[in-house]
Design a binder for this molecule. Structure first.
Ligand code: AQP
Length: 332
C-alpha cells in the first residue's frame, strides 16, 4: 500500500494556505487511499527565534486542528515529531550525506535567513539544516508520497536526492519519495502582498486568513484584499496577482476551475464577496470541531500517545538499518 507522510510546523496559527495547500487533501483523500502519517513537526519550529511556551501552545493547537479537519486516527497515524526520536537520530546520518552547497541553495533558507538578519537577529544553524531533518521525517517512514503545498517542492526534491545518494553509496535503505500538490491553490498568496506566499509566521496579519478566524474577520480580510489596477477579472498570475489569488481560493473552496470562474465576474466586489462566503463555509466545520475537541484535551493527548508509539514502530527498523549501512557498530 502507498505510504503517505506530511507535516505541519507549529511556528504560528495555521492558515488558509496550510489548509487548501495541504491539510484538506490529507483528510479528504490521502487518509482514505493510503497508509498515512501526519505529524506536528515541532523541532522545525525551533529553527527561528521562538518562545518555548508559544511553541508548546501552538503545537497542541496544530494537533487539535489536524483532527478538526477530519483526520481520523482510526485511519491514520497522528503524532508529534519530538516524541519519536528516530527523526533526529536519522537527521544526523543524512547530514553526513547532504552537502553544504545544497543547503545554501534552498530558497526558503535564503528568504528566512534574510528576514532574521533584517530583524537584527542571528541565523540559527538549524535553519540551514532544517531540510535535512525534513528529509529524515520523510525517509524514516519509507514514504512514497509527500502531499505538500508548492513552497515545499524544493525540500522534497532534496529528500529524493539524499535518499538516492544514500542508497547508491551504502546499499538500498530508503524509498525515494515524490511530492504531490493540489491542482488549485498549491500556493495561496498573502491578501495584502499577493506576490508573497501566505505564511503563518509572517508579520502581516490582515493579509493572512487563519483557520480559527471568526467569520466577520474572514470577511473583513478578504474584503480588504489588495486587488489589481484594471477592472476586468482575469486569471493571470503576472498581471493580476491579487485577483488571481482570490480566484484560486474561490475555486479551491467551491471545486470550480479558476479560469472558468474568472469569466463569470465583471467586478472585484462580487468576486470578493463570493470568495469570503466560500471561505467562511469551508472553515465553519473545522472551527466547530476544533471547539468540541478543545473541550476534551485528554482525547487529543491519547491520539498523540498512540500515534507516537505507532510512528516509532514504523520508523525504527529503517533508521536502524541506516545506522548499520553507513558503517556504525550495532549496540552490544
Ligand atoms: N500559502 C500556502 N499555500 C499553499 N500551501 C501552503 N503551505 C504552507 N503555506 C502555504 C503548505 O502547508 C503545509 C504545512 O506547512 P508548514 O507548516 O510546513 O510550513 P511552511 O511550508 O514553511 O509554510 P508556512 O505556513 O508559511 O510557515 P512559516 O511561515 O513558518 O514558514 C506544507 O505542505 C506547505 O507546503
Amino acid at each position: 500500500m502507498t505510504r503517505v507522510f506530511s507535516g505541519i510546523k507549529p511556528t504560528g496559527h495555521l492558515t488558509l494556505g496550510n489548509y487548501l495547500g495541504a491539510m484538506r487533501r490529507w483528510a479528504t483523500v490521502d487518509q482514505h487511499r493510503a497508509e498515512a502519517l501526519f505529524c506536528v513537526v515541532d523541532l522545525h519550529a525551533l529553527t527561528v527565534d521562538h518562545d518555548p511556551a508559544r511553541v508548546r501552545r501552538v503545537s497542541r493547537q496544530a494537533a487539535t486542528l489536524l483532527l478538526a479537519t477530519g483526520i481520523d486516527p482510526g485511519l491514520c497515524t497522528v503524532f508529534v515529531q519530538s516524541h519519536v526520536d528516530e527523526h533526529a537520530r536519522l537527521s544526523y546520518l543524512l547530514e553526513c550525506v547532504a552537502t553544504d552547497g545544497e543547503m545554501r541553495r534552498m530558497v526558503q533558507y535564503r528568504e528566512k535567513a534574510a528576514r532574521e538578519r533584517d530583524r537584527g537577529g542571528s541565523v540559527r544553524l538549524s535553519l540551514l539544516t532544517y531540510p535535512v531533518l525534513m528529509a529524515a521525517d520523510i525517509l524514516a517512514h519509507r514514504t512514497d508520497e509527500v502531499p505538500v503545498g508548492d513552497d515545499q517542492r524544493q525540500h522534497v526534491e532534496l529528500a529524493r536526492d539524499i535518499a538516492a545518494r544514500f542508497n547508491q553509496r551504502y546499499g538500498h535503505t530508503f524509498v525515494v519519495p515524490r511530492a504531490t500538490h493540489p491542482e488549485v491553490a498549491a500556493r495561496v498568496m498573502n491578501l495584502q502582498e499577493p506576490s508573497s506566499k501566505m505564511g503563518k509566521s509572517d508579520d502581516s496579519g490582515p493579509g493572512i486568513v487563519y483557520l480559527l478566524d471568526e467569520p466577520d474577520v474572514v470577511r473583513r480580510k478578504i474584503g480588504r484584499a489588495v486587488t489589481d489596477s484594471g477592472q476586468d477579472v482575469r486569471h493571470d498570475r503576472e498581471e493580476r496577482p491579487g485577483v488571481t489569488n482570490l480566484l484560486e481560493i474561490l475555486a479551491a473552496c467551491t471545486g470550480g476551475d479558476p479560469e472558468a470562474l474568472a469569466g463569470t465576474y465583471s467586478s472585484y466586489g462580487a468576486l470578493k464577496k463570493d470568495t469570503a462566503d466560500a471561505v467562511v463555509e469551508v472553515l465553519r466545520p473545522v472551527r466547530d470541531r476544533h471547539r468540541e475537541l478543545c473541550a476534551d484535551p485528554s482525547y487529543v493527548e491519547g491520539v498523540l500517545r498512540d500515534g507516537a508509539a505507532r510512528a516509532r514502530a514504523v520508523a525504527r527498523p529503517t533508521v536502524d538499518a541506516a545506522y548499520r549501512a553507513i558503517g556504525l557498530l550495532p549496540p552490544v
